[in-house]
Design a protein around this ligand. Structure first.
Ligand code: KIV
Ligand code: ZN
Length: 528
């Protein structure tokens, strides 16, 4: 049976896997990522279109920005469950409750570590104290919302008997989902299955709630471990789009969705409610807004995942795609990235194309997007969906950073044999303008130094990449930077037909992210 025939076959509700997306929380904790509220809401809308069941929109107590992000997603994204994370203490739990209050289906996700390593060195608490904190946190959360999830952080390095005891207490207080994280990506698939089966034995009440798995990718096993979990009874998987997240990241949700779709035969009919044709668009949006580039050979969403370069493969694929393709590229939404507009297209056509792509822009936003579209269309002629996504994503960043620094002017002199020299004019939110210039080892170095002088920052460039949004000499260039400013990492991204302008914009956005972080200081969250 093909994947499409399997998808069309009646599906057993007991085998449905709930997809819990934590791109906006665990994903956003990856170094350098800072999403503003507008970006979070836009990603959340796209996650809802993708069909995830739960969106963990942030960790409300950790910063005012996180609180606002969760509140906005809860208020503006209907249909899905919106979760806010909380440590097992009253302040965290009540703050998470306030943040998700306006959601159609609010969830509080509370957690505490159960491993002796975390108890001794991080929490400095006894097992008894942890048990009490977990019990009281779930009780309080249940007094605020009906839907409570409880997690034992670092579960896989904890003693199973203690995890079972804490889980039993959480269920007794009304937790409907019990999540077992492999916080440090340490376990292996068979070991994880053994651990979960032992929990079922020690805590039979676990069969009456939803068992969830949350796996990190430190050893490259996050997806394999999540799959191992659902094969022994877990019915919720947690992960992030593009597998982003702290350190090596979280389980990649698009990989899990396509494994279920493609190999339902080998997995006893487990299935998800995801609209897989939205995968490519979601992946691109997350990559663009986080500044995290997807590796070309990444399964499902990498640039080469459906490309057949080798001659022998091409021959086989042309004769019959089944020779080398186990998935149809259209099933992940790749077919939708075709040319959509030309230079004579008007505002109405642009609006329709954007609506079809899932973007709802208000009048001002549409005006901005149309101005950029026209500018680009004059230079480029034909505009693809990927170009439009780049323009709109870029406009959202501008809007989200409206209270920050902006690049007003950029002048550059250089060339073979000469010293690269840049002059910039930046504008603060209050309208004041500052000008600065600098020489550099290369054009980007000169630009960054000039921006640093104008902004009063001192940044070190750690990563720099420029890529073309589409093929062709007239392609839009997308620059991404990761830099260290005041000892912390920040990412930025910019799009323009001029790659130096894109690079300068990317750096200005990283500077804005660093300023934002200064104002909304994050609570230290230990291993979360
Ligand atoms: O990795 C982890 O343990 C977590 C929990 C907060 C669920 O992210
Ligand atoms: Zn995690």
């Amino acid at each position: 049976m093909t994947a499409d025939e399997q998808t069309a076959a009646p599906q057993d509700p007991a085998k449905r896997i709930t997809f819990f997306d934590t791109t906006l929380r665990d994903g956003e904790q990856a170094p350098g990522i800072t999403l503003n509220t507008r970006e979070k809401v836009e990603i959340a809308h796209q996650l809802a279109r993708l069909g995830v069941d739960v969106i963990e929109a942030g960790f409300p107590i950790s910063s005012p920005g996180d609180f606002e992000g969760v509140r906005a997603v809860a208020a503006e994204v209907p249909g899905v469950i919106v979760a806010g994370l909380a440590r097992a203490n009253p302040r965290d739990v009540t703050t998470a409750g306030e943040a998700v209050r306006d959601a159609e289906r609010p969830r509080i996700h509370t957690f505490i570590a159960t491993s002796d390593i975390h108890l001794t060195y991080k929490l400095k608490m006894s097992r008894e104290q942890v048990l009490t904190a977990a019990t009281e946190a779930v009780r309080l959360a249940r007094s605020i919302v009906d839907d409570v999830e409880f997690s034992c952080e670092d579960a896989t390095r904890s003693e199973p008997a203690f995890v079972a005891e804490v889980v039993g207490a959480a269920i007794a207080e009304g937790a409907g989902t019990i999540n077992i994280p492999d916080t440090v990506g340490y376990t292996t698939p068979t070991e994880f299955q053994g651990f979960l089966l032992e929990l079922y034995d020690r805590c039979p009440e676990l069969r009456g709630v939803v068992l969830s798995v949350h796996c990190h990718d430190d050893l490259g096993l996050a997806v394999a471990n999540s799959l191992a979990g659902v094969q022994v009874g877990a019915r919720q998987v947690e992960g992030c789009i593009n597998g982003i997240g702290e350190r090596a990241g979280n389980a990649s949700l698009e990989e899990l969705a396509m494994i279920l779709r493609t190999r339902a035969d080998a997995l006893g009919g487990l299935w998800s409610g995801l609209t897989t044709t939205e995968i490519t668009r979601t992946s691109r949006m997350v990559s663009r807004m986080t500044g995290y580039v997807v590796q070309p050979n990444k399964a499902i969403v990498g640039r080469n995942a459906f490309a057949h370069e080798a001659g022998i493969h091409q021959h086989g694929v042309l004769s019959n795609p089944l020779t080398y393709e186990i998935m149809d590229y259209a099933s992940v939404g790749l077919a939708q990235s075709e040319i959509v507009l030309g230079k004579h297209s008007g505002r109405h056509a642009l609006r329709n194309a954007l609506v079809e792509m899932g973007y709802e822009l208000d009048r001002d936003e549409l005006d901005q997007a149309f101005a950029r579209f026209k500018d680009l269309a004059d230079r480029k002629g034909r505009i693809s969906a990927a170009d439009l996504e780049a323009i709109v994503g870029d406009e959202m960043r501008v809007e989200g950073a409206a209270d920050g620094l902006a690049l007003d002017e950029l002048h550059f002199a250089g060339g073979t044999g000469g010293t690269p020299h840049a002059r910039v004019v930046v504008r603060e939110a209050d309208g004041s303008r500052r000008e600065a210039e600098a020489d550099g080892d290369g054009p980007v170095d000169a630009l960054m130094k000039a921006i640093d002088r104008a902004a009063g920052t001192e940044g070190t460039l750690l990563e720099y990449a420029v890529s073309a949004v589409t093929g062709g000499k007239d392609a839009l260039g997308e620059a991404r930077v990761v830099c260290e400013i005041d000892g912390r990492r920040f990412a930025g991204q910019g799009v323009s037909t001029d790659v130096l302008e894109a690079s300068a914009t990317a750096y200005v956005r990283a500077v804005n992210a660093s300023r934002h972080a200064e104002h909304g200081e994050r609570v230290a969250t230990g291993g979360v």
